[in-house]
Design a protein around this ligand. Sequence first.
Ligand code: FES
Length: 141
Amino acid sequence: MQPEPKGAGGGLRLCASADIAERGRAWVWDVLEYGRPVRAFALRFDGQLRAYLNRCVHVAAEMDWQPGEFLDADRRWILCSIHGASYEPASGRCAGGPCGRGRLTPLAVQERGGQVYWYPSCDIQPVQDAHPDAPAPESPP
Ligand code: FES
């Protein structure tokens, strides 16, 4: 799903808050990092939304073992399906496996009025903003 433009308050609407359950399936969407397509995901862990690029630190590969499924069987760690690197959901830091001292690339997300918004950065932009005439996103609050 592609994010929708949003006016007041800035950010791009991703989905309804209810679409991302606690330690459940993540919301996955396409972004451009330095103009190159990559996927991102947002999940809820201990009540907080967290979002990262879907790219393992070990090898630049997508990590979900089913679309949108990033957590291990105990729903405790983000687990890369390729070689088993585990990441702390709250920080994206490597917790074990071949990711060393690396960390997932975070994206800024926020819940407001029952909706989830993503705030693009200079490096990570929405796909539809790839056109040079597209408006720049607003800054996070
Ligand atoms: S690609 Fe993720 S652990 Fe190797």
